[in-house]
Design a binder for this molecule. Structure first.
Ligand SMILES: [Zn+2]
Length: 320
């Protein structure tokens, strides 16, 4: 009898185990992309601070075993107007850890605000070091991420710039789970400057719950536009906040039923071939661009979560 009883829980375990397996791999997937390498606040830290933050961030990413495609601003590799070998060495840590690096332009100029010639120059200046680092690996940078997600103020600019990127061998990396994580990052750095551990923890916790709201919002938009969960692409930044909270962020995303994939895998989703005639000024999610293209307006977007006012105040930010 004992034997028979012990089999039942085992069978139940098998059945529920299969159930869990199905829900985990039900198609909710997400790729992580990280911008502003080597570090968002490069101009305000010493090299040793930069190394400390980046090493911790990479350690956390490795722990989570997620793929990350990371985008570099090569101006952030400079000190006093010259390329700093230590900063290049810090950038190389990403490659050594097995992550792919893409071009995020040299100086993070908005394509909506500068001339086509200036935007092109910023792209070319933004690949010099990455290309050198890639020589050993016998590869070229493949992905490009627009600063501020600004893809050109009109159809002609955008077509010209996309063609230019294409001629250089770049694939544009869109973002679907767009968010204001950068405000939480600024608030976290301010809390640290005040040496206020409780405040730092509070900012971190609010960051995770805010990101959960953003994930749910864009999941809803994906379900509404495509009647299925598309392969999402998350944008976050190389910053101190993520060097502490990346594991909590990943746990939250997994708890929402997602598994992690690479950017390359995400882009195989045919959703990324959707028509996009958005030429507005905002650096918004591609899901929102596709929605606007399809004629959705105003109230459709009213569910987009906002960063709490207290976080904006702490960060010293007026609007998202
Ligand atoms: Zn950026």
């Amino acid at each position: 009898m004992l034997r028979r009883h012990s089999i039942i829980p085992f069978l139940l375990f098998l059945i529920t185990g299969i159930g869990f397996g199905q829900s985990t791999f039900s198609g909710k997937t997400i790729a992580v992309t990280m911008d502003d390498l080597p570090l968002n606040i490069a101009s305000r830290v010493t090299n040793s601070e930069m190394r400390e933050i980046v090493e911790r961030l990479l350690e956390k990413i490795k722990q989570e075993k997620t793929s990350v495609t990371a985008f570099v601003n090569e101006s952030k590799l400079e000190a006093n107007g010259k390329r700093d070998p230590e900063r290049v060495a810090i950038l190389k840590l990403w490659l050594d850890a097995g992550f792919d690096l893409g071009n995020h332009t040299y100086g993070h100029k908005s394509e909506n605000e500068v001339s086509v010639a200036e935007a092109k120059e910023d792209i070319l200046k933004g690949e010099r070091t990455i290309k050198e680092l890639f020589v050993d690996q016998n590869k070229k940078p493949k992905y490009f991420r627009h600063p501020f997600l600004h893809t050109g103020r009109d159809s002609i600019t955008r077509a010209t710039m996309y063609q230019f990127l294409d001629s250089l061998g770049y694939t544009v990396a869109p973002v679907t789970v767009d968010n204001a994580e950068w405000i939480f990052s600024a608030a976290y750095d301010k809390a640290l400057a005040k040496n206020d551990l409780d405040l730092m923890r509070s900012v971190g916790q609010q960051y995770i719950s805010y990101m959960r709201s953003e994930l749910k919002y864009f999941e809803w938009m994906s379900d509404t536009l495509f009647h299925r969960p598309i392969r999402q692409i998350l944008l976050i930044h190389s910053n101190r906040l993520n060097s502490f909270y990346y594991p909590a962020l990943c746990s939250m995303i997994r708890a929402e039923g997602y598994s992690f994939i690479s950017l390359e895998e995400a882009l195989k989703d045919e959703a990324y071939q959707s028509r996009n005639t958005f030429y507005g000024g905002g650096g918004i999610s591609w899901l929102e661009r596709w929605a606007i293209t399809r004629g959705y307006k105003g109230a459709f977007f009213s569910g987009d979560p906002s960063a709490p006012q207290s976080i904006m105040d702490l960060a010293g930010v007026k609007s998202e």
